[in-house]
Ligand binder design. Sequence first.
Ligand code: DNO
Length: 355
Amino acid sequence: MKMTFRWYGSKADPIPLKYIKQIPGMTGLMGLLDKPAGVDWPEDEFRALVDEVHAAGLELEVIESVNVHEDIKTGLPTRDEYIDNYISTIKMLARNGVKVIIYNFMPVFDWLRTDLARVIPEDGSNSLYFDEKDLGAMGPLEIVRKTAEDSKGFTLPGWEPERLALLEKTLKQYEGMTPDDLRVHYKYFLDAVIPVCEAVGVRMACHPDDPAWPIFGLPRIAHSIADYDKIVALHDSPANTVCLCTGSLGSNPDNDVPAAIRHFGQMDRIGAMHVRNVKYLGHHHFREASHLSSTGDLDMYAIMKAIHDTCPDTYVRPDHGRMIWDEVGRPGYGLYDRALGAAYLNGLWEALERA
Ligand code: DNO
């Protein structure tokens, strides 16, 4: 297992690489270049990032994310140009030491919450929160406006300004599209990129829908074991993998997260793991908890054991943290609680190794 940390680059992330390196057991990053979906990433800029990360004593073997352009997801004729750019980016990343590319195939919205800083009454910290009842009153444009307002000036992954500028147009493109239609577009994309990945030694890892159910009537195709079975079958290859996010899949209590890890781990189809905990508050209603099992509803020991038993070489990052100790930072991506999460997950790992 390689413990990694999500980082947004020195211009966009207030957390210095030095601090990340000081978290015990941290081997590297899940990093990115801040480029809009569809763009061919410039090699000189990426090389500079790699050099900066290496100089800090960290690795950059996982990229999160190279976003997929909406024209690819909606199957427009313009998709081929964007797929060519994606392929060129894959080759460039491989030349520079990248092993895994995390992405998602969610229409329009990446992840969605109704409150980015819900106070946890027990201890006064705050975390990301979702209640479908609150969403009921808001349309997609309103939730976007609210999320932007609440993000404290940070660009949130999946909520990039260029994506939001096209929101109304994009939403229209999905009208009438079924999950099967979306899978047809997905297969077209995978058939083009996966052979390239095989040739250059990179694995694509698809992030699940978050939360793990359909929203705003949009087709969503990655929120259960059955969904993921279909995705890995769309183009059967060790390069076509999942980024198994415990908190996203686990937002639906019907998903047995350790079982999902074992299932895809045994198939060698886990490219990366996001590990975090959720606390269920009702139907389609949850908040994010600290990583410690007893503060939420997911069994972190069972999760780490499933990784240990079936995909022990995978990349793991402590996913979203709460905001604690009055830290001001990107919602979900502060330093302190994610560092505590990493230390705790490393502790579970040490116990598993020794047992
Ligand atoms: C949210 C993240 C997601 C994830 C993308 C991968 O905090 O886990 O935005 O990075 O879905 O493409």
